[in-house]
Each structure stands twice: as C-alpha cells, then as structure tokens.
Design a protein around this ligand. Sequence first.
Ligand SMILES: Cc1ncc(COP(=O)(O)O)c(C=O)c1O
Length: 396
Amino acid sequence: MTERTRGLEDSYEAHAFNKFPLALARGKGSLVWDSEGKEYIDFMSGIGVALVGHCNDFVVDAVREQAGRLITCHGSYYNDVRAGFVERLAKAAPKGLEKVLLTNTGTESVEAAIKLARRRTSRKKMVAMTGAFHGKTYGSLSATWNKKYRDPFGPLLDRFVFADYGDAKSLESMVDGDTAAVIAEPVQGESGVVVPPDGYFKEVREICNRNGALLIFDEIQSGLGRTGMMWASEHWGVVPDIMTVSKGLGGGLPIGAVVSTGEVAESLKGGEHTSTFAGNPLSCAAGSATLDFIARNDLSARAREKGEALKSGLSRISSAHRLVREVRGLGLMLALQTRVDIHSMLLAAQARGVITAYSGRDTFRFLPPLVVEDAQVARVLDVLDGVITEAEAGRF
Ligand SMILES: Cc1ncc(COP(=O)(O)O)c(C=O)c1O
C-alpha cells in the first residue's frame, strides 16, 4: 500500500515537498496511522495544524453538518456561518483588533497584511527580522530570511530590509518615516523556536509608535494557545496593529485570517483584496468549532501544563547528552537543538512510532496537538532519549 502510494505521488505529483518514506492514512487526537496500520505519536501535527487533535469530534461534526448544507458561498454574499466565525475570532483577538479579513492559508494572510500596511500608511518600506519565516509567495517570501527559499526566485518585492531579531537597537536603526510596518513572529518557528528577550517587543512597539509605522505580528505558528497563551504576544503584553492567523485555525481545514484594528481594515476598499474561496462556509464552520473547542477546554492552560512536562523532560535529555546543544521554547512550541544533522535520528524515531518536526538540519521541533496526553509526552521523551543515545554511540 505504502509503496503504491509512494509510486503514484512520485510519478504524478510535482516535486514540491521533500518527503519522508511514510504514507499516513488516518488520525485521531495526537495519533496517526500509516497505510499498514502502524501507529505513531504525532508531535509535528502537520507543522502545528492539528492543534485541537486530528479528526477532533467537535470539528468533524461541524464539518459534516456544514458539508450537507452549503460548502461554498462567495464573499460577496452574506452567510450565517461566516458571520459567526468572524465574530468569534474578533472576540478572541487581542483587545483593539476588531476586524477580520479571511484568507485560505498562512502565506495569503501575510500577503494581505503587507497590502493593508502599505495601504493604511501610504508608505513602502517593510522591516522584517533575521531568521523570519512568513511563507513562500512573493510578498511573504520577501519578508522571509532564509536564502535557500529566496535566492532562486529573485527579484523579490522592493524595500524589504531585515533587523536582527531580538535586538531593539538594530530595529531602531532601520525604522524611519518611510516604514509602513515592522513584521515579526512573536516566537520564531521555522528558524528553530527562537524566543526573544523579555522587554524586546515593548521596545519594538515603541519604535513603531515613534515612527508612525504599523506593527504586524505573525501568529500563524505561535497563536491559538500554542505557547501557553491564546496569542504569543500576550507573554509580553504587546498588541500589534495587524495579526496573521492560520495553521490550526480550521481544525485541519485550510483557512487563514488577518485581524486588525478598525482603522487599518478600513484603508482597504471593497474588491481590492478578495479571493474565491476566502470565507467559505465549510472552513468557517470548522474554524468556529475549533475556536469553541480551544476556549471550552482552556487549551492555552493545557499547553502550559503539558509544555512544562515536555520541556523539563527535554532539559533532562539535554543534560545527559553532549550531543544536545540547547532546549528552547514556550508552552507546546519547543525545540531541541543538537550539534549534528538529525535526519537519521528523525527516521529512527519514526521507526519507533514518533513523528516530530524539525528546523534546519540540527534541530528537533515539537508542535504536538494541544490535546496531547501525559503518557504520549513520556513516550516521545523515551524514544528521543533512545535515538540520541544511539546517535552518540555512532550507531546511525
Ligand atoms: C510564522 C509563519 N508564517 C507564515 C507561514 C506560512 O503559512 P502557509 O504554509 O500556510 O503558507 C508559516 C508556515 O509555516 C509560519 O510558520
């Protein structure tokens, strides 16, 4: 079964993704099963998408019900399910962010945020951060740091510059009267779960205010309770003007959103930024179910609690192994950086029933569903300890 699936995808799907030799067929909560029925604990969760767990019952029921009622409804018509969703998201957003622009993905949300910032300020310059990842379409790619993604596709958008992430002085030297916005991940994901120093984002906010620049927080990976707060920006009490959300927002279905202040949202005229599927009732039904599930089950608190257990286990592994460089992160957005290439360790963990994400070549990244259970955390730590021990012994 796996071989057939691999053969077909390798033959007919363009080579957009580098793939692991696994065909996943089913999921429930923090578990997935491959096409041979083997079970895995999923600490990658589609890179943070299965936030409320795979095939969350509440989401599945909402999607089933909506699929039988209305799947598509262009944004130029009103729809009750979309109305309910934007209300929920606006109410869950940081105070002052009250308008929702709907999209389908993370990168589209960043595109929209860039357009909103330029439109609102009539300025062109954007200041992004070293290490940043915002997506792979032209606007978001222009704000993405990694040369591997950028260099083959230039020229990118004009007037994007990069300040050193976590260094307010570096930002200060770049923001001026022509800066439309500063864009940052409150916790950087793709570059290895990097948490900035305390006080940094307060200074970022002040620098933006002094220069009349907007502040965009990309909460696509860090939002929705993942770091132990509904929004990672809450760790530092800083509210942006524009916030991007996606990944877990649709309980697994594609959806994205830009939540902004009323003034920012009003700068856009009707028709200037729309897309065919944005706000479709199916994704919105899934989105409402997801937001309700997060709130009712206080998943932010759960991320704090389970995250503490995972992080202290990772720290124990770190002190026991010279091969480990550092453990980082907040809530259930954690990373363990090693001193070596981890590819063979990822494969060995998979063979033992554990899937994790990674950042670059040397870092394990952990983005489990927030419904993860203690026994699953313990099992993942056990497997990780085992593969690191074997790697140190030179067995891979
Ligand atoms: C912080 C951040 N922004 C934007 C994106 C892009 O989202 P998408 O892959 O849905 O385009 C990602 C994806 O990993 C992300 O982590």
